[in-house]
Design a protein around this ligand. Structure first.
Ligand SMILES: Nc1ncnc2c1ncn2[C@@H]1O[C@H](COP(=O)(O)OP(=O)(O)OP(=O)(O)O)[C@@H](O)[C@H]1O
Length: 676
């Protein structure tokens, strides 16, 4: 293991990044490739595939899969598991009995791998090889290999509880232990008891294989040795005080001192990524004119898919691309051209306090498994380097693996799906790691309060309808309720606006101008009506770029809002909900509708002017970005509670205290709110 110290030296020069469209199996000019071209491309990739470590284990893997019902495969990052194993299974004849599914925790991985494997297969994307992610299905009746998000497979259980169309299900990146993959483990194990012909494969590079083997009735474990290219590891000698500063220094250090190759930098979230993006652009202006250009390229979850796909496009000549990513790019994907990985050592982690029912998002150290995955994004096409912005000692102190999401998330959405798939006894479900009883009870209580469950715990008609929506139960309830209140148009717009982190863009050096611009949208009923005003303004000018610039509106996020809005409309139309129903400017109707899903996220003003959350009894504070900041309405409803130094209510509106019990009589009964 090599070590080097990150020295301080910054430089620069930058220009906009323009790229070719490269979506699916298309040529540069956008024309579809001919069959001959597709086969030619597949042939040209064959030597590369044959050089993968997994290729030499091909016969053994096929034999073990044919002889076993379940198999655990552990192989180095980049060894070829995700792209090759489904193809091996196809060639072994398993796709004759049904589709070979391979689940991924993230949609960007499902899409990009399907694109690559369809190229290797020599067919068009969506033909023999396809993908299925929320709101986007690229498969056809011909599809033999399907990459899909774990959430999509879980959803398919609603219509096909034996997963009859599938012959093999591969649960990839199992170490991530997402809530949905964890539930799939239990569901698939139960299905396999009734379907002898279903094969289950659990895969990862960094896995506690014994634990999985035991869970799947002593399933066979296969270790596949070797990686294709070495990755040189650099760790800081001293702990870094500010990882953002350290990341920028390292980016410019690589850019000015190291040979060609793109950089992938892991950061924690959109705001941080956008701040670093701006700093890179600024610093790059100081680079000598003759230097290679450095172009930042952000990617995070709440970004429209077509923008996410841009990171896969090659950098123009004489340019080095620096991808700024959250852990969305941590597993599975190969980004062509990446030679250097910078790992800041932290990530934004979702947490859930089941005792008080509060969710939080905090920045925490990653696990050793995550650090290895991050490092594994380099060395996939050629030797690479990984720069950890933390010391070797700090690495040793990291936990081996990330705590399963099931232990730290609100379970309401998966419990709703389990109930809708016919699983009644949620407490005794066969979990790989059992969630706490309090956490299950809390989530059941929340679903009951929302009206999704009947008194006997079975799914209600409303619950069935809610399960059809691929969004959190609280939002599903609000949309369904909007049909009764005649405000679906407004509610869909507000829910779409809430799907992005922030619409308002506040540059450090233009705070006053940004605040002034925001004033024209502000409505003191709260953030929800304010957001509605922004969307109306944006639609009135047909998304004009200059308008966004003048009004300090984040155009990237607005595009995503429109995308989500379109998809929600399609969902409502499928459920025959009239999406044109509008209540005009009747804000009370809109807020009461939102409250039908968020009555648990409410707080009352105390005598001393502070706010106390109704359900948890905790003191909560108004987020400084809220239009209600500095105002003191008697009662507040909010969408999120953000835990940083204090508990902050974000996306908040003023409501009448009486509305709370009126909206959720089942939950609050006849109790006076002031005694809660
Ligand atoms: N889009 C792509 N462009 C170029 N090469 C690719 C692409 N996708 C995959 N490859 C090549 O195939 C190799 C194997 O990728 P694959 O995703 O199958 O590995 P893996 O073992 O599943 O890795 P991980 O554990 O990191 O998911 C990569 O290292 C790379 O060489």
């Amino acid at each position: 293991m090599e070590k080097s110290k990150n020295n301080n030296n910054q430089h620069s020069k930058k220009r906009e990044f323009s790229t070719d469209e490269n979506n699916g199996n298309q040529g540069k000019n956008g024309f579809k490739k001919s069959k001959k071209d597709l086969i030619g491309k597949a042939k040209s990739l064959l030597p590369q595939r044959k050089a993968l470590p997994i290729f030499s284990a091909r016969e053994k893997i096929i034999k073990e899969i044919l002889n076993n019902k379940a198999l655990i495969i552990v192989g180095e990052t980049g060894s070829g598991k995700t792209t090759q194993i489904p193809q091996f299974l196809h060639h072994a004849g398993l796709s004759k009995n049904g589709i070979i599914a391979c689940t991924q925790p993230r949609r960007v991985a499902a899409m990009s791998i399907a694109r690559r494997v369809s190229e290797e297969f020599g067919t068009r994307l969506g033909d023999r090889v396809g993908y299925s992610i929320r709101f986007d299905d690229k498969t056809s009746p011909n599809t033999l290999i399907k990459y899909m998000t774990d959430g999509m497979l879980l959803r398919e259980l609603l219509s096909d509880n034996m997963l009859k169309k599938y012959s093999v299900v591969i649960l990839d990146e199992a170490h991530e232990r997402t809530l949905r993959t964890d539930i799939l483990f239990g569901m698939l194990k139960a299905i396999q008891k009734k379907r002898d012909d279903l094969k289950i494969i659990v895969m990862s590079a960094t896995l506690d294989a014994e634990k999985f083997s035991e869970y799947f009735d002593d399933a066979k474990i296969m270790y596949i040795a070797g990686r294709q290219f070495p990755v040189k590891l650099y760790q800081t000698i001293q702990p870094q005080e500010d990882y953002l500063d350290s990341a920028i220094v390292t980016i410019f250090q690589i850019h000015t001192e190291q040979p060609n190759g793109d950089i992938l930098t892991f950061l924690t979230g959109q705001e941080e990524i956008e701040a670093v993006e701006k700093l890179i652009i600024e610093h790059a202006k100081l680079l000598p004119v003759t230097a290679k250009k450095l172009i930042p390229c952000p990617i995070f979850a709440s970004m429209p898919t077509d923008q996410q796909n841009k990171v896969f496009e090659p950098a123009p000549p004489d340019t080095r691309k620096v991808i700024l990513a959250t852990n969305i790019a941590e597993t599975s994907i190969t980004i062509s051209g990446i030679k250097y990985v910078i790992d800041c050592g932290v990530a934004k982690v979702r947490g859930y306090n089941s005792k008080i029912g509060i969710e939080s998002l905090t920045i925490q150290p990653i696990s050793k498994a995550s650090a290895r995955q991050r490092m594994g994004r380099a060395g996939r096409e050629a030797p690479g380097c990984c720069y950890r912005l933390y010391t070797e000692d700090a690495f040793e102190e990291l936990a081996d693996s990330t705590e399963p999401e099931i232990k730290r998330c609100n379970l309401a959405s998966v419990i709703l799906l389990l109930k809708a798939s016919g699983v009644e006894d949620i407490f005794n479900f066969d979990y790989l790691d059992r969630p706490s009883k309090t956490s299950v009870a809390r989530s059941l209580e929340q679903l009951y309060a929302l009206g999704a469950l009947n008194d006997d715990g079975t799914l209600s008609e409303l619950g069935k309808k809610m399960a059809e929506f691929p969004i959190e139960p609280t939002y599903a309830k609000v949309i369904i309720q909007s049909e009764n209140l005649g405000c679906t148009k407004e509610i869909i717009s507000i829910v779409s606006m809430l799907s992005v982190d922030s619409i308002f863009y506040t540059p450090q050096d233009k705070r006053e101008e940004a605040a002034e611009a925001k004033k024209k949208f502000v409505n003191f009923d709260g953030d929800h009506i304010t957001l509605l005003n922004v969307l109306k303004g944006y639609q009135d000018v047909h998304g004009d770029k200059d308008w966004c610039y003048e009004n300090f509106i984040n155009i990237r996020n607005m595009k995503h809002v429109l995308d989500v809005r379109k998809q929600l409309i399609q969902f409502c139309e499928r459920l025959k909900i009239d999406v044109t129903a509008s209540c005009g400017h009747d804000h009370e109707v809109i807020l009461k509708c939102l409250l039908s899903g968020f009555f648990q996220n409410t707080a009352l003003r105390q005598l001393d002017g502070s706010y106390r959350a109704i359900v948890s009894g905790q003191i909560v504070y108004m987020h400084p970005t809220s239009v209600l900041f500095g105002r003191k309405p008697e009662a507040i409803m909010y969408n999120d509670l953000i835990l940083t130094s204090k508990q902050y209510m974000r996306n908040a509106s003023a409501i009448h205290p009486n509305w709370i019990a009126q909206t959720a009589p089942k939950y609050f009964g006849n109790r006076s709110l002031h005694t809660l």
